[in-house]
Write a protein that binds this ligand. Structure first.
Ligand SMILES: CC(C)(COP(=O)(O)OP(=O)(O)OC[C@H]1O[C@@H](n2cnc3c(N)ncnc32)[C@H](O)[C@@H]1OP(=O)(O)O)[C@@H](O)C(=O)NCCC(=O)NCCS
Length: 174
């Protein structure tokens, strides 16, 4: 079952990121994630954000996703020049970030379950605009957002690593 992490779970979050980054590096594919700092995770383990997580049957922390939802959301965070259709300034919005699944647990629909949970959480928070950024060549991510009714609103180049990024958006009724 997906649950929410507490501030004292910081080490778990860092360990999973390190494990996944090392795995991607081994595969010469480190650019699928931009590693987040300890300060970033500390901020997101606290309100108004949430870090959702899953444990394996033996209690190991194997998956996490950040539900980023600042009170002062700025569309510039998405890196797109214009507001998504239907988006009005001042509305609360959420961006799914830091989606990480342990390599041993992939292909079992866990990302899909996190996207479902994120939508439930947004609804509870009265957030109706959801957005996500994903690497253009990452098939599973593209597939999952489209499968859950997200629309590709723009593509851009991330100046941090020159990766081509797709920006997805969905409006739900809060
Ligand atoms: C991206 C990531 C989160 C996916 O997690 P996952 O739990 O393995 O994904 P799921 O099992 O939910 O998705 C599998 C689905 O994607 C589809 N898929 C997998 N590879 C695909 C590809 N190359 N092209 C199209 N679809 C693909 C599968 O067919 C499956 O579809 P279905 O559920 O409709 O049958 C995981 O690979 C990961 O942690 N990667 C490293 C970190 C990362 O890249 N994060 C950024 C994500 S934006």
């Amino acid at each position: 079952m997906i649950y929410y992490l507490e501030p004292d779970d910081l080490q778990k979050v860092l360990d999973l990121q390190n494990r996944i980054y090392a795995f991607l590096k081994e595969q010469s594919n480190p650019r699928f994630i931009v590693p987040r700092t300890e300060a970033y995770f500390t901020e997101h383990l606290d309100s108004p954000h949430k870090i959702a997580a899953l444990q394996s049957d033996d209690g190991q922390h194997v998956a996490q996703a950040i539900f980023h939802a600042p009170h002062d959301f700025d569309v510039a965070e998405l890196g797109v020049p214009t507001l998504p259709e239907g988006f009005e300034r001042g509305m609360r919005a959420s961006v799914l970030q830091g989606m990480l699944i342990d390599p041993a647990m992939r292909g079992q629909g866990l990302m899909s379950r996190f996207i479902e949970q994120w939508q439930v959480w947004c609804k509870d928070q009265n957030i109706s605009h959801l957005a996500a950024r994903t690497e253009a060549s990452h098939g599973a991510s593209q597939h999952n957002f489209k499968k859950h009714g997200f629309t590709l609103i723009d593509t851009m180049i991330d100046p941090r690593d020159n990766a081509k990024i797709c920006v997805f958006h969905k409006k739900i009724s809060a």
